[in-house]
Ligand binder design. Structure first.
Ligand SMILES: [Zn+2]
Length: 114
């Protein structure tokens, strides 16, 4: 089965271990690339068991990319990300956005400071 770029509206085929296509990876601010790598666990695309923290970070990155691409789904994705962040904070490993820079940029790019 084809694995597609996770960015909203992008149908570029990518390797299952890749989060997004080259174009979207290049658009993603460095702090989010770092966060994705920090939470990624080798083989999770095979085991299908990403951590809650990874899911939260991924949704945050998808939200940021949707905002950068000017898509209306950015709001919805941000909502999903925030639900997962809350879930993580409530005992599933803590808020995955650990660095002030991530929180600040996430807030700026998605239009809401938390
Ligand atoms: Zn893409």
């Amino acid at each position: 089965m084809d694995h597609l770029c996770h960015a909203e509206g992008c149908n570029t085929k990518v390797h299952p271990s890749k989060f997004v296509c080259r174009k979207h990876w290049a658009r993603l601010p460095q702090v989010f690339r770092d966060a994705i790598w920090r939470e990624y666990q080798r083989g999770q695309e095979v085991s299908k068991t990403p951590t809650s923290r990874y899911i939260a970070v991924q949704l945050g990155a998808v939200s940021v990319l949707a905002r950068i691409d000017g898509l209306p789904t950015a709001e919805e994705k941000r909502g999903h990300c925030d639900l997962w962040r809350t879930y993580c904070r409530d005992g599933q490993g803590g808020d995955p956005f650990t660095k002030p820079m991530e929180l600040e940029l996430y807030g700026q790019l998605t239009g809401m400071l938390k």
